[in-house]
Design a protein around this ligand. Structure first.
Ligand SMILES: Cc1ncc(COP(=O)(O)O)c(C=O)c1O
Length: 401
């Protein structure tokens, strides 16, 4: 039975892609954008751009007002207690690098950082490099066959030497929600700081950072239907106070002379230089749009398409799904066929999916794979998108096997 998306027409690029005979099933990499975002960008640039936090003139005051209104909207979206706990960065990657540099002073030789075996490179490499700089031990929490961090082992590996735990909320390869409440509670009881990579998780459902109980939560705007070049770092008040400044320049400074300077606290102290003003304002408009949707209807729509995708893949011979995906995406391999060959034939038929290691090389290597195909869904997808994908997959496999 045809399952339409009631929100498809809100995303003008989907119709444009259809005219180019393209079916977009790569939203875990980045999403298409709602008209509300295009309108906000056009309004900002069409009515007078200005820098924020520095000019007294009217355009500057309006830009600052809109920019700070977005900070309030992000804080509300995450249920942060205070918008000063929201720092704008250039993406999840830059937020995680900010943390790895800003917290570096608190680590001593022999301290441990725990991450999981399924992390995206963005939540692996900043910690790996910090460990190398400071002679720390990077502890890798194992992942079980279903695709979840193995809690029993994790609770043993996170101990009094663990100074920081950094884990993904929702795996970008396996589509599994990680057991965060137990992990975070245990890590905090050991005195460790906790970092949640919400890059994929933030896109599906609303998440309350206070309830989650993490010290830091990061995400990228572009995966949440917003513009690129904007990321969010949320921090608990006491955790933010532990951050040392890491990038220096305009706007983050309190007082400066030639040989010394003092710096502002969060958030502005961690937003050196001109921020991505239009992008931040655009993210605010995107959140307004998302907040206007019926959250339960979105959840049902995504769940139903996901089940459809899982069933369709399970019905096909010789195909292996990685882990037990719960939300929005499925990664798979086909016995005896290289993932790049499948991707090539899908691309030729206008199906946009992702192939390769998905920026999680150690995870794929651990699974004995060079790569996999990932199909990922968003609110604008409908069952016809999946049908086109299945038809193209069947044709491709017929040629390849
Ligand atoms: C789980 C996860 N973490 C972090 C990132 C990095 O996001 P960005 O490239 O927007 O900084 C991604 C992007 O794919 C991701 O899926």
């Amino acid at each position: 039975m045809f399952q339409p998306s009631p929100w498809r027409a809100d995303f003008p690029a989907i119709a444009a892609l259809e005219r180019q005979h393209q079916t977009y099933l790569d939203s875990a990499a980045t999403t298409q954008k709602p008209q509300a975002l295009l309108d906000a960008l056009s309004h900002y640039y069409g009515h007078g751009a200005a820098n924020v936090h520095r000019a007294q003139h009217l355009p500057g005051a309006l830009a600052t007002q809109a920019f700070e209104a977005s900070r309030d909207k992000v804080a509300a979206w995450l249920n942060a207690a205070d918008s000063h706990q929201v720092i704008f960065t250039h993406g999840a990657t830059s937020a995680l690098n900010l943390l790895a540099y800003g917290l570096e002073h608190g680590f001593n030789e022999g301290d441990e950082i725990a991450i999981s075996a399924l992390e995206h490179h963005a939540n692996l490499l900043p910690w790996q490099q910090l460990a190398r700089r400071r002679n720390l031990r990077l502890v890798i929490l194992p992942v079980n066959e279903q695709g979840f961090i193995d809690l029993n082992q994790a609770l043993q590996l996170i101990g009094p030497r663990t100074r920081l735990l950094a884990v993904s909320q929702l795996s970008n390869v396996l589509g599994t929600w990680q057991p965060l409440p137990a992990l975070l509670a245990h890590a905090r009881a050991q005195g460790a700081l906790t970092v949640v990579d919400g890059a994929q998780g933030v896109v599906h459902g609303r998440h309350d950072v206070q309830q989650l109980g993490c010290d830091f939560y990061v995400f990228s705007s572009h995966k949440l239907y917003g513009p690129e070049g904007v990321g969010v770092l949320y921090g608990r008040k006491q955790a933010l106070e532990q951050l040392l400044h890491w990038q220096f320049g305009g706007e983050m400074v309190q007082l400066a002379d030639y040989h010394a300077a003092s710096f502002r606290p969060a958030p502005l102290g961690f937003e050196a230089g001109t921020p991505p003003i239009a992008g931040v304002i655009g993210l605010g408009a995107t959140l307004d749009y998302l907040a206007s949707l019926d959250a339960l209807a979105v959840e049902r729509h995504e769940a139903s398409l996901h089940q459809h995708l899982l069933r369709g893949l399970a019905d096909r011979d010789g195909l292996r799904i990685l882990g037990t995906p719960q939300t929005a995406l499925v990664s798979f391999v086909v016995d005896g066929v290289h993932n790049a060959d499948i991707a090539h034939l899908l691309t030729e038929q206008g199906i946009a999916v992702r192939a390769g290691h998905h920026c999680a090389m150690p995870l794929l290597k651990g699974l004995g794979l060079e790569g996999a195909i990932r199909v990922s869904l968003a609110v604008y997808n409908d069952s016809d998108d999946l049908q086109r994908f299945f038809d193209a997959l069947d044709q491709g496999l017929e040629l390849l096997r």
